[in-house]
Design a protein around this ligand. Sequence first.
Ligand code: HEM
Length: 709
Amino acid sequence: MSDTGASPVAEAVSSERAVGTGVVARWAGGTFLITVSVLVLALVLGHGAQGEVPEGLPDPGPVTNWGLPILRTLTDLAGVLTVGLLLTAVLLLPSTDGQLRGLCFRAVRAAGRVALVWSVIPLGSYLLTVSDIFAVPVANALSASLLRGLFDISVGPALLAQSGLAAGVAVLSRWTLTVREGSLLLGLALAALLPPALTGHSAAAGSHSLAVVSLLVHVVAVSLWVGGLVGLAWIAVIGSGRLPYGVVRFSVLALWSIAVVAISGAVNAAVRLGSLADLVSTRYGALVLVKASAIVGLGLLGWMHRRRTMPVFTDRVRSADDGDTDRVARRAFASLAGVELTVMAMTVAVAVALSRTPPPVPDDALTSEVATLTGISMPPAPSVSQLLGGYYPDGVGLVLVLFGAALYAAGVATLRRRGDSWPRSRTVSWFTGLAVVAWSTFGGLGLYSHVLFSAHMVSHMLLAMVAPIFLVLAAPMTLALRALPGPRVPGEVSARTLLTTLLHSRLSRLLTHPIVAAGLFIASLYGLYFTNLFGALMRSHLGHAAMEVHFLAVGCLLFYVLVGVDPGPRRIPPLVRFGLLLVVLPLHAFFSITVMSAETVLAGSYWTSLNRPFSTDLVADQHLGGSISWALGELPLLIVLAALFAQWFRSDSREAGRLDRSHARRPGSAVRPDALDSYNAYLARLHAGDQAAGDRPADDPKRPPASHS
Ligand code: HEM
C-alpha cells in the first residue's frame, strides 16, 4: 500500500509500524479507563453528578446523573478526533496537487466514520437531558411531550444541531477528494463542536458575551491542539515520509493553541468565579486549578517534544530528505504523544465535570431587566473616569483585539527573524486602530454603548470610520503575504497561496468594487437604524457583538477601497475614489441629520426597558447621538479626502517622474515616450515643409496638402 502523495515526498508507507497494534489497543483501553475514572472522581469532587435538581424535585436517577457527563465526554472526544483527522489531512500533511491521496485520503475516511459515531451520541444526550431537566427517570423521558418540551429549551436544539452537523461531516466525507473540500469539511466539523458551548453555564452567565465567546474559542483551540496530535500520533505509528512536515507545522499550531486554550480558559473561569479566593475555596475553583496544572504539564511535555523528538523531523524537512523517518524517531514521538494524549483526555474529563459543577457565581446571579438585556448591572452616570477606565465584558471585541494584535506582531516578528524590515509607522497604525476597537467594544465607551444611544453612536462611528483608516493603512494583507509560509513541497496549496487566491477571488472582486463597498456602508446605516433590526440586535448580546463586527467590516472595506495600501483585485484611480467619497459624504450627513431631527426614539422599547437613572430624555440623547455621528462621521471622511488628494498629487508626480526616467533611459528611441518633444519636432517638420512648399510651385507633387486645424 502506498501513501500516494503524488509527489516525491515519501511515497512509501514504511512496512514497519512504530508500535504494534496491540500496544495501541492497550494504550487506548488504558486511556479510556483512566479518563472515565478521572471523570467520576471530578464529578464526585465537584458534586457534578447530583445534577442541578432544585430542592423538593424528584431525582432523575443515577443513569442520567452519570450517563450525561459520560456521553458529554464521549461527544467531546469524538469531536476532537474527527477534527484531528481532518486537520491532519488538509493542513498538517503536505499534498502537492491539492488532491487528498494516500494517508490524507484515509484520514478523511476515518474522520467520516468517527463523525458517524459522533452524530449519534448527542441523541443519547438529548434523551438523558430530558430526564435531567424534567427530573424524570430515563424510561419516562421517552414521552413525546417531554421530548418536544426540550426543544423549547436552548439545550435541546443545540444537541440536535450538533448531531445533524456531525452527520453532515460523516456523509460529505464520502465525497471529499480535494484539500479545498477537506478544508470546508474541517470547517463544518469545527462548527459541529460549538452548539453545546452556546448553552450550559456560559449561556446563562452574567457577562454572557464574554463567557460564551471565550468558551467557543476554548473548545476550538482544544480541538485543533488535541486533534492535531491524535492525527500525527496515528501517522507516526503507521509511518509516512510526510510526517516531518506535519510535525514541524503542528509545533507552530500547538504553541498558538496552548496560549489560546490557557487564556480563553482563564477568561471563562474568571466569569464563573466571583473572586480569586473562589479558586481555592470552591469545588469549581478546585477543578479549574486541576485544569491549570494539567496545562502546565502539557506545556512541559510539549517542551520535551521540542527537545527530544522534534529535531529529527526538523532536520529532515530542512534537508528535504523524503525518505521515511526512522522507526526509532517515530516511536519516540508516538510514545511521548501517547502520554500527552492521555493527559489531554483526562483534562477533557475534568472539563466536562466542571461544566456540570455549580459555579460560585450562580448562573442566575444577575436577574434584573438591565442585566438580562446587557449582561451587566446598570453602570453609574457617565464620567470621564468611567469612559476612560470603564470596562464591558465583550467577548467578540476582546477576541478581535487579542488575535489582531498577536497575528500582526507574529507577522512582523517573522519578517524581522528573516532580516526583512517592516515600516514602524504601519505597526503603530495597526495598534492605534486596535486601541480604538478595544475602547469602542470592551472599554469604557463599549460599556456605555449598551445603555446610551449617544455612546452607541460614538462607538459605531469609531468602529466604522476611525479604526478602519488606521487598520487599512497598516497594510495587514501585505504583511500576511510576506510572513505566511509558502508551499513546503512543490505544488502544495500553502497559506500564502490560499490568501492570494482569496484576494483575487470573484468574491473579493465583488466586495472591493467601489459601488459595492460604498453601498454596503450606506445601506448598513439606513438598513439598521430605520428598521426593527436595530432594536432586535440591541436586545441580544451576540446580536450587539455582530453589529460591532459588521460596522468594523464595512468600514474596513470602504476605507480599503478609498485609501487602502494592500494589493487587491483592481486598481482604483484616485479620481474614482474621490467621486466615491463625494457620494458617501452627503449620504452619511443626511443620515446623521435625520437621526438628529427625529422625534421617535430608535429602538425605543429597548432604551425604555433599561430605565436608566441618568440621561432620561431619550429623544435628547438620540439627538446628541445624531450630532456626534455627523461630527465624528464627516471628520474622517474629510481627512480621507485630503489623503486622497495627496495620493492623487503624489501619483501624478510619480507618473511624471516615471515618464521622465524612461525618457532619460531611452533618448530618441523609436517609441518616443516624451510625446511632447516628438510632437513639437513633428510640428517643426511640418512648418519646415510649409516653408519649403511656399517655395515649390502649386502643381509640384511633393507640395503637401493644406492642414485642417
Ligand atoms: C489554564 C487551563 C484551563 C482553564 C482555566 C480551563 C477552563 C475551562 C472552563 C472554565 C470551562 C467551562 C466549564 C463550564 O462550562 O463551566 C472549560 C471548558 C472546557 N475545557 Fe478547559 N480549561 C483549561 C485547559 C483546558 C485543556 C488543557 C483542555 C484539553 C486538553 C481543556 C478542555 C476543555 C473542554 C473540552 C471544555 C468544554 C467542556 C464541555 O462543556 O463539554 N481545557 N475549560
